[in-house]
Design a protein around this ligand. Structure first.
Ligand SMILES: *Cc1c(COP(=O)(O)O)cnc(C)c1O
Length: 380
């Protein structure tokens, strides 16, 4: 079965009523027949029928054993880090999502978990950084905001060899474009806030495990720490996922056209998009992704903060905001927004130029998106 069909038909009609739209079970507790005898649900933190449909759906889409829904992407990330013990080490991609970096660097570091960051676009760096303390290898591919690609299959072999788990934050690709478990990952994470929910209308996170054994551990942490997704947001996320394939394919169509337009514009210095054959890991992206995604970043020949700000402030369809993956196109300037807390020299070393602009292509007409960027670029 192809993705578009599989997504829709992995959502079963409600067993009790036949409702084709998953009912929102807005309840805290469930009445029991006699003490300890119930219908699979006892308390809303532990389990909820609406959340259970979403959890089963994401497990199916990512070809994993089980799925888990959390109150945010970061709550999902937090649950996975809690698999570790004090003294363990995480080897992670250098341009880790800012929130993941913050929790590892400011909270888990204090609790004895060490973070080592490496450029994972070259597997040799990963191989050289792991030690017998490494318990997780944590990658994002494509990365934010420079769209670097890591070879998931190769890195999974390194993880296996040292007995570590490979965690892939698959937010930027979505399950329509990339299935890390098929490539050897043990755990997949999504900020469902982005492509999965798809309408910039909620905050949610998901975890998918490869094995039942890992699922049991995550289930225990989810119930013990308690950062679960509520029934209404679970329902909205299910509703978003129903149109995921349609949206992401249209977003990729738009991004391919926009990336080519940008690459040929005289004011643009460099375009980061895995779909361009100038991208250093274009071939790996081609092998492990169905398409190249809808996130693009680019820097300007006039490589100043001001020039970047001028372009970001001149678009009309691309709305100036953090976040990504929604139906409406967004634009942001990482140096002043998502990556503001990083010192300039560290930022530059990571390829985040002063003028770097990140865009998330929505589902508008591509001609309109290109015209919008053209009028903004022509002003500088
Ligand atoms: C947004 C994002 C997160 C965090 O998700 P929230 O839902 O905002 O908590 C994690 N990873 C990536 C790659 C993201 O883009």
């Amino acid at each position: 079965m192809k993705n578009e069909t599989k997504i829709l038909h992995s959502i079963e009609p409600d067993l009790l009523t036949g409702a084709i739209s998953t009912p929102i079970y807005q309840t805290a507790t469930f009445v029991q027949d006699s003490p300890g005898v119930h219908h699979g649900f006892d308390y809303g933190r532990t389990n909820n029928p609406t959340r259970a449909v979403l959890e089963k759906l994401i497990a199916t889409l990512e070809n994993g054993s089980h799925g888990f829904a959390f109150a945010s992407g970061l709550a999902a990330i937090d649950a996975v880090i809690k698999l570790l013990n004090s003294g363990d080490q995480i080897v992670a991609v250098d341009d880790l999502y800012g929130g993941t970096w913050r929790t590892l660097n400011h909270i888990y570091n204090r609790l004895g978990i060490q973070l080592v960051r490496v450029d994972c676009s070259d597997v040799r760096n990963v191989r050289a950084s792991v030690t017998d303390k490494t318990k997780l290898i944590w990658i994002e591919s494509p990365t934010n905001p420079t769209l670097k690609i890591a070879d998931i299959k190769e890195i999974s072999l390194i993880a296996k060899k040292i007995g570590a788990l490979l965690v892939v934050d698959n937010t930027f690709a979505s399950p329509v474009l990339q299935n890390p478990i098929d490539l050897g990952a043990d755990i997949v994470i999504h900020s469902a806030t982005k492509y999965l929910a798809g309408h910039s209308d909620l905050i949610a996170g998901l975890v998918v495990t490869r094995t039942v054994e890992l699922a049991e551990q995550i289930k225990f942490i989810q119930n013990s720490s308690g950062a679960i997704l509520g029934p209404f947001d679970s329902w909205l996320t299910i509703r978003g996922i129903e149109t995921l394939a349609l949206r992401v394919n249209k977003q990729c169509d738009n991004a391919e056209l926009v990336a080519h337009f940008l690459a040929n514009h005289p004011s643009v210095k460099r375009v980061n998009y895995p779909g361009l054959d100038t991208h250093p890991n274009h071939e790996i992206a081609k092998n492990q992704q169905a398409r190249f995604g809808a996130m693009i970043s680019f820097s300007l020949k006039t490589d100043t903060i001001d020039a970047g700000t001028q372009v970001c402030s001149s678009t009309e369809l691309f709305k100036l905001a953090e976040s990504l993956g929604g139906v409406k196109s967004l634009i942001c300037q990482p140096a002043l927004m998502t990556h503001k807390s990083i010192p300039q020299d560290v930022r530059h070393a990571a390829g985040i130029d002063d003028s770097l602009i990140r865009i998330s292509c929505g589902i508008e007409n591509a001609d309109d998106l290109i015209a919008d960027l053209k009028q903004a670029l022509d002003k500088i």
